[in-house]
Each structure stands twice: as C-alpha cells, then as structure tokens.
Design a protein around this ligand. Structure first.
Ligand code: NAD
Ligand code: IPM
Ligand code: MN
Length: 357
C-alpha cells in the first residue's frame, strides 16, 4: 500500500475546529478502505505569524512538491492581522507557486429545503464553477503613488495570459466532457475590459470548437449573476477569472445551503493540490462550536477523489448528504432546516458514525 502524505494546515479561526473533524473522518475512511494516508499538521497562520514572524518557512513549497500528495487546508484570516499579509503569504502563495490553476467549486444542492429560490430544487441547482486561480486581479501587480495625499493613485493590474486563460477554459470543457455535461458558460466583462476579457472571448470560442456536442455560451458576469437567481437550471459548468469566480462561488454557496457546506479544490492535475472549504476563518463564530464542518468534510471527499480513492470519496459524499437530510445541524443549517442546534463536534461524531454503518 503506497503511503500518501497529506499536509494539514488548519489555519485561523474556525479552520482548526473544522479541520479536526475533517481529518478524523478521513482517517476513518483511510483505515476502512486501506488507503495508506498519513496526516501531518502544520501550525501556519496568524498565531504563528504574530509569535515569530513566520508566514511559511523557506523551502516549504519545495517540501510540498517533493513529499506530499495533497494539502488539506482550513482557513486563514485574523482580525489581529488587518493587512491579511499572512493569509496572502500562505494561501495565495500556495495557489500561485504550486501553480494550482483550477479552483474547482461545485455548487450542488443536497436537499430541496436548502434552496432559497422559489420553485428551484435539486434538479435546478447543479452547477460547478472552474475559477482561474493563478492570475487575474490577484497577482499583486500594480502599486500606489502619492499615498496618503489627496492626489493618491492606486492601481491593481489584471493579468490575463494566453496560457492561463487557455488552460482553465480547456479544463472546464474537459470537466464537462468527463462528467457527461453538455453546457459550458464563460463569464467575463468583455464589453468593458476589452483587452484582457477580449482575450478570454477569443480563446473561449477557439477552445469550444474542439468540443463537439458541448454548448458554449459566453456571457457578461453581471447578466450571469442575475441569471443564476432567475434560471440556475441553465448552468452546468461555469468558467471565469479569479475575482469573478470568487464572487460567483459565494453566490453559488448561498444558493446551495451556504458557506457551511461549500467545498473546493485548488488543483493542478497530476501535481500536489490543495483542498479547502470555500468559507473563511469566520471570526464571528470562532471558538463557539458553531462552525459547520461539512464544507471541510466535502473538501476532503474532493481530495480523496483527486488522490484516486473514488469509492471512499463517494462514501463520504453520501454520508454528508445523509447528514444534511437526516442528521443534526450546526446553527447555519438550523436557520434553514429547523430543529435544535448541534455543535461542530456533534455533527462530526454523527458523520463519523455514518461511515461505520
Ligand atoms: P467567512 O467565510 O469567514 O464568513 C462569512 C459568514 O459565513 C460569517 O457570518 C460566518 O460566520 C459564516 N460561516 C463561514 N463559514 C462557516 C461555517 N463553516 N459554518 C457556519 N458558518 C460559517 O468570510 P468573511 O467573514 O468575509 O472573512 C473572515 C476572514 O476569513 C477574513 O480574514 C477573510 O479574508 C478570510 N477568508 C479566508 C478564506 C480562506 O482561507 N480560503 C476564504 C474566505 C475568507
Ligand atoms: C476564497 C477567499 C480568498 C480568495 C481570500 C481569503 C484570499 O475569499 O478562497 O474564496 O479571495 O480567493
Ligand atoms: Mn472567497
């Protein structure tokens, strides 16, 4: 049995609370399915940064590339670090330096009762977003001039490369074909951002010609935001740039039960990749046992799938679905489903018990 080493980075706020549950569940599945996974914990985050200045130690990316099969990540962000510099230096740095160009974010409704849209249920709310994850407005390119004066100039430059745009669009069509889906939508703002988003339009048209039988639609992102509320059933796969993808996937989470159950992968096919919930460190509920661990668990299922453990991934997905439909809930889901509120740990225990059955 090959050993696959997983680097666990729980991070800040509710990150460690949900990571504890997630790892316990993955350990159970690993032993049940004989997967040979080992989990090693790293304490990078705000506490460590404030204590000794470490964001990530020198050589850490190389270590990840060389020794680890995947990264299982909680969340970063802490009000004591208002600049968010440690979060950028941890999470964004891994996305960029490990070249995790696919941010895969499924928006799948598990239970009709979680839909906030009148008349839209499981059949209508089933789309997946592939967000470009290594460029766009996230690269830090730009600067300020005359800072703090009335003449201040502040610029962020959106970076769109031919290679970056082409590979994420290609990934979206490949994903659709593999999943047996027939519609890919690309969202941009090419009516205003003529250069960069003009590139997205041209590449999208070009790549789509290579995928017979898949309907390709290019849309402006404002129209897409409206349409995801009005007619979400029209969308199966959405591909978009880094910033629009960030926004559209919080919207997608809200349509499918909320951030407490929204999972994601940061993927470079064939290389060490990172799996994390879509949510952040939620300082407003940290330390209170209120965090929903299901997004972390579902991200674990995505990681299992990526590592080639499809059967274990399916078992975990089914257990989470059963938990949503029949089990106890943290307060975020109680608001939608009713019932008494359970803690992070209680939900975790129930989920674990479902795997033993
Ligand atoms: P957030 O996702 O942390 O929280 C938004 C809202 O959703 C809050 O009301 C929170 O209580 C709720 N929520 C989030 N996760 C939940 C869960 N598992 N269970 C129940 N409720 C949950 O976003 P925010 O408040 O905008 O950001 C807080 C911090 O997290 C910031 O520092 C931000 O930069 C960071 N952040 C990090 C990541 C990440 O690490 N990937 C993602 C988003 C935000
Ligand atoms: C996300 C988060 C991050 C992003 C932040 C924390 C840098 O919002 O993963 O969705 O903007 O990508
Ligand atoms: Mn986000």
């Amino acid at each position: 049995m090959t050993n696959q080493r997983i680097a666990v980075i729980p991070g800040d706020g509710i990150g460690p609370e949900v990571a504890r549950v997630g790892v316990r569940i993955l350990e159970k599945l690993a032993s049940k399915h004989g997967l040979g996974l080992s989990f090693e914990w790293f304490d990078f985050g705000a506490d460590r940064f404030l204590r000794d200045g470490t964001i990530l130690p020198a050589g850490f990316m190389e270590t990840l590339r060389r020794d680890y099969a995947a990264i299982y990540f909680g969340a970063v962000g802490d009000p004591r670090v208002p600049s968010n510099e440690h979060a950028k230096g941890i999470l964004l740095a891994m996305r960029f330096e490990l070249d995790l160009y696919i941010n895969l974010r499924p928006c799948l409704l598990f239970d009709d009762r979680l839909s906030p849209l009148k008349g839209k249920g499981r059949r209508e709310l089933q789309f997946t977003v592939l967000r470009e994850n290594t460029e766009g407005l996230y690269t830090g390119t730009g600067g300020t001039f005359k800072k703090g004066t009335p003449d201040e100039v502040a610029q962020e430059v959106e970076v769109n490369t031919r290679k970056g745009v082409e590979r994420i669009i290609e990934a979206a069509f490949t994903f659709a074909r593999t999943a047996g889906l027939r519609k890919v939508c690309m969202a941009d703002k090419a009516n205003v951002l003529l250069h960069g988003h003009g590139l997205w339009r041209r590449v999208f048209a070009e790549v789509s010609r290579r995928y017979d039988g898949i309907a390709a639609k290019a849309m402006y992102v404002d129209a897409l935001a409206m349409d995801l509320i009005r007619a979400p059933e029209q969308y199966q796969v959405i591909v978009t740039n880094n910033l629009f993808g960030d926004i559209v996937t919080d919207l997608g989470a809200a349509l499918t039960g909320g951030l407490g159950i929204a999972a994601s992968g940061n993927i470079h096919p064939g290389r060490v990749s990172l799996f994390e919930p879509v949510h952040g460190s939620a300082p407003d509920i940290a330390g209170q046992g209120k965090a929903n661990p299901l997004a972390m668990a579902l991200s674990g299922a995505m990681m299992l799938e990526h590592l080639g453990h499809g059967a274990a991934a399916r078992e975990l997905n089914a257990a989470v679905e059963a938990q949503v439909r029949e089990g106890a809930h943290t307060p975020d889901l109680v608001t939608q489903l009713g019932g008494p509120a359970a803690t992070t740990e209680q939900v975790g225990q129930e989920l674990l018990a479902r795997l033993q059955g």
